[in-house]
Write a protein that binds this ligand. Structure first.
Ligand code: NAI
Length: 214
């Protein structure tokens, strides 16, 4: 496990290592060198060795990495062995898509509740969970004690609901609401997701490519 503070850029790369290693396990690969892994991941062998060394270096000279072991260790670092409990707020287009298409269990988490303020969708089944009234959040959180909230509500409602959820014991927000949540509480983790930012990274790459060719 890490002994020092790890840079956020290394931490951001860990889920990708985890995903690639998971694919290798499915393909029956048991060990891999940093060079082979770098080719698959379009990275460099030295980047991979440097990144994994931050966590104590899992590889062995001349042997490479034990895929299963490395996958498990990175999983532990990422917390996928913790079985966190998550709730989702806002079961509109995006919330439903996330509930249906994100495999929370593969990521060490169970989605245990979905809440919305719109009475016309209460009781609807999404991913095997019935949408509940947002007014039931308090009693649900007090009894089930979820740690994570996925916010798929409009921007103008995000801060207010986040404050309410912090008071109900939520420790981490996966926030899609287009509002960069500033939780005025210590010890709260926020991951603001903007798919549009990812698109701009793409257009940056395209612009650079076109500029080079000119
Ligand atoms: P939508 O209108 O289909 O769904 C929003 C849902 O939130 C509705 O069912 C509404 O009743 C519910 N809601 C509103 N306030 C609530 C509250 N206080 N408590 C509980 N439920 C509440 O909208 P859609 O398309 O699902 O998008 C949701 C939000 O996500 C929007 O603000 C949109 O801009 C944003 N979005 C963000 C993306 C990203 O990359 N971060 C990508 C796509 C959408």
């Amino acid at each position: 496990m890490p002994k020092e503070v790890i840079s956020s850029s290394v931490i951001k790369r860990l889920p990708r290592y985890y995903r690639f290693l998971g694919e290798l396990i499915k393909q029956g690969v048991t060990r891999i060198s940093s060079r082979e892994l770098s080719e698959k991941m379009c990275s460099t062998a030295s980047q991979i060795r440097q990144d994994l060394n931050c966590f104590g270096g899992f590889g062995q000279q001349g042997y490479g990495y034990n895929v299963l072991e490395l996958h498990e260790e990175i999983g532990k670092i990422l917390g996928v062995d913790r079985n966190y409990k998550a709730i989702l707020i806002g079961a509109g287009n995006l919330g439903k898509a996330i509930a249906l298409h994100i495999d929370f269990s593969k990521r060490g988490c169970s989605l245990i509740g979905i809440f919305d303020s719109n009475s016309s969708i209460w009781g609807q089944d999404v991913a095997g969970i019935k949408i509940s009234p947002a007014s039931e959040l308090d009693s649900f959180c007090l009894s089930e004690k979820p740690e994570i909230a996925v916010l798929c509500i409009p921007k103008q409602n995000a801060q207010q609901i986040a404050n309410r959820l912090v008071n109900l014991g939520i420790k981490a927000f996966w926030n899609f609401s287009h509002y960069d949540l500033r939780i005025d509480y210590k010890e709260i983790v926020v991951e603001n997701v903007h798919l549009g930012d990812s698109f701009l990274t793409l257009t940056y790459g395209l612009t650079t490519l076109i500029n080079k060719a000119q």
